[in-house]
Design a protein around this ligand. Structure first.
Ligand SMILES: O=C(O)C(=O)C[C@]1(C(=O)O)C=C[C@@H](O)C=C1
Length: 381
């Protein structure tokens, strides 16, 4: 991580004290020629790095299959960013290397990824974070459509919001797992900063548009600061930003990138009620992720609609000492039909203890689907 100068090191610089004195690095004067020479070197090295990545991938037994390896990508990014000795923020370097990896992979095969659009929704930002901008990132209008496109094989991957630290589960996503045989093969965790965007002055705003989850994540702020405005739910935050561009009196709760893309002004920034507002996105597709040592596994479970059935099934976790990290219930169609459960827990399906849990669950279940095992990700943002 880039080290920031501390108060004491600044003081040391001023006084030239021995303990704080840094060896001065001779830098070339930033003339136009010097900058051009530096750029030439950077461009040459970035090209060489991309060539190496592509070459290594081509050397794999199945280069196309090797393209999706979030654990390997994460290690590569961590190592590269860890070499930073300057003041550039970690996130800036991460972006650069992420794009080099993405461009190199494109030479092997273009990865088609669907997301809830339009552009600059948070799902789009999560897709850029995982796949880079050289992937073919395709917007669709609903979370259901992301699942449909992946299920029909029109896209190799989809990216869908699954859970938010302030607002909880994203029902549209969880309910789709019960409807289509699509697997989870990764996750992206993004820090979500929400902004109030509009075309005109704040005093003229009469309606605020956004996705229900985004409105809910800043409901206290909106109640305090926009008590007169009507809150209107739309399919995504970036759809809201498009509406705010054209509709008089309309504002949107959306990302900073959506403001830039739609030429809107940020009327109030970071209006999320919880400063640690994190959304977890699932990467869906057919790929099976290798064990990374820090994995989670998700299953869909239906047990008999009778007393003690869920308790009996969950004993599998206690018996095998596995930490259950998340459980959600969904009513099945028909009032008397009971519930379906979404479970998320620590470990990979290839671990011996997890395979015992899965077989125990299967014995107790009316229906059980393994949704997938995936490596845990860092929170970005
Ligand atoms: O509307 C978007 O921008 C989305 O990508 C969806 C979504 C969500 O449904 O959770 C994603 C992240 C934020 O939590 C708000 C909205």
């Amino acid at each position: 991580m880039a080290k920031k100068a501390t108060a004491s090191s600044n003081a040391a610089k001023k006084t030239g004290s021995k303990t704080g004195a840094k060896k001065s690095v001779k830098r070339k004067k930033p003339t136009a020629t010097a900058v051009k020479q530096l750029d030439q070197q950077i461009v040459k090295l970035l090209n060489e790095r991309a060539d190496q990545i592509a070459e290594l991938l081509r050397g794999e037994e199945d280069p196309a299959a090797a393209l999706y390896d979030p654990t390997h990508d994460e290690q590569l990014l961590k190592t590269a960013v860890g070499l930073n000795k300057g003041d550039l923020p970690e996130q800036t370097l991460r972006r650069v290397f992420q794009e080099v990896i993405s461009a190199a992979k494109r030479r092997i095969r273009v990865q088609r990824v669907v997301y809830l659009g339009p552009e600059f929704s948070f799902s789009h930002l999560a897709a850029i974070e995982r796949f880079g901008q050289s992937a073919d990132l395709v917007p669709v209008n609903t979370i259901g459509a992301v699942f449909e496109e992946v299920n029909r094989g029109h896209a190799m991957f989809g990216i869908v919001p699954i859970e938010n630290s302030t607002d909880g589960r994203v029902v549209d996503t969880l309910s789709m797992f019960g409807k289509l045989p699509v697997r989870i093969c990764g996750e992206v965790q993004l820090q979500i900063h929400l902004h109030l965007l509009a075309n005109g002055p704040r005093g003229q705003i009469t309606e605020v548009y956004s996705k229900p989850q985004a409105l809910s994540q800043c409901r206290n702020w909106l109640a305090r600061n926009m008590p007169q405005a009507r809150l209107i739910e739309v399919t995504s935050t970036s759809t809201a930003a498009q509406l705010a561009r054209t509709k008089p009196g309309a504002a949107a709760v959306a990302s900073q990138q959506a403001a830039v893309d739609n030429g809107l002004t940020i009327q109030a920034e970071n209006i999320e009620d919880n400063p640690h507002n994190i959304t977890r996105f699932a990467v869906i597709g057919e790929d099976i992720c290798k064990r990374s040592g820090k994995d989670r596994t998700a299953v869909l479970l239906q047990v008999a609609h009778q007393p003690g059935a869920l308790h009996d099934a969950l004993m599998a976790f206690k018996k095998n000492k596995i930490n259950l990290t998340w459980i959600e219930s969904f009513p099945l169609f028909g009032a008397e039909n009971g519930y379906q459960f979404f479970l998320d827990f620590e470990g990979h399906a290839d671990d011996a203890a997890i395979s015992r849990v899965l077989s125990d669950l299967e014995k107790k279940a009316v229906r059980m689907e393994l949704l997938g095992s995936y490596p845990r990700s860092l929170t970005i943002g």
